[in-house]
Design a protein around this ligand. Sequence first.
Ligand code: SF4
Length: 356
Amino acid sequence: MRDRAADELLDWYDAHARELPWRLPPAAVKAGARPDPYAVWLSEVMLQQTTVPAVRGYFAAFTARWPTVADLAAAEDGAVMAAWAGLGYYARARNLLKCARVVAGAHGGLFPDTVEGLRALPGIGPYTAAAIAAIAFGRAEVVVDGNVERVMARLHDLHTPLPAAKPALVAAAAALTPAERPGCYAQAVMDLGATVCTPRRPACGICPWTGRCAARRAGTAAELPKKAPKVAKPVRHGIAYLARRSDGAWLLEDRPAKGLLGGMLGWPGGPWAEAGAVDAPPLAADWHDPGFEVRHTFTHFHLRLALRLARLPAATDPSPHRFVAAGAFDPAGLPTVMRKAHALAQPWFAEVPAGG
Ligand code: SF4
């Protein structure tokens, strides 16, 4: 006898499906209707890294202004980028337009109806391709997003941490995906994860799978899925050179426009490297090592920034850097790591008078 898990979930979905502007009600799909692939594609691209409430307004505005993929393909780049403004991750908007033009051009306005065909389009990865193929074209593709991973980990009480657990979770999802109504089923698991099997407090009492859920029985649902501890950030080392001219002006560097702290003002210094700091003073001076360092954490690494301090004579040539007059210097305009360096160096400059 076929496992009834998918049917149980579909029954629940028929009664509790979220009403979303890009969706058809389950009754309409059961009656043979198919959602517009353009609407499914547009919503799936908008929903990448973005919540349903944030997407609703944008979806309505896009479909009102560009009702078909051909309309979108004919839009001006600037108009689409402006309409996308505020939704974030702007590479999505550029790919959206590229994809619309490929579909409207090479595909005659029709989206491909297979995962392989969809994957060949700009901006469509494996998840989005599977979601469109299932929802818009009724293909029994396995659609696995974060919600689905959580539900599967709990259903099977799987404690292997992500991302190592991924193949097992995909296999679990595949085993449940039905040949009939696969699009509704994909959306049903997502709805279950979004509204019932939520990350912190799963509402097991109203869950259609409560009777078959291993984590509910074990009392471990709220702990799952496990996630591998984040990889320790590397430590990089650098040196910042803080110097004041005899009139109190500070030697500062305009950082290159690209890269970390791009375009910001900072203290001159060499590269920040895991192998160790490079001692490369910006100009010849009697550099003093105060013996302490700034510690700062960026997204991808910890920084240990040693300091070198100097008083400079009036005639010093600052190039390629520049002096900022004491009265015009405001440490609040520096990035945090540079501000920390200034705060640590301040007492030394107070003690060592100009020319000292
Ligand atoms: Fe999630 Fe609870 Fe349902 Fe299990 S019973 S799938 S933990 S909501």
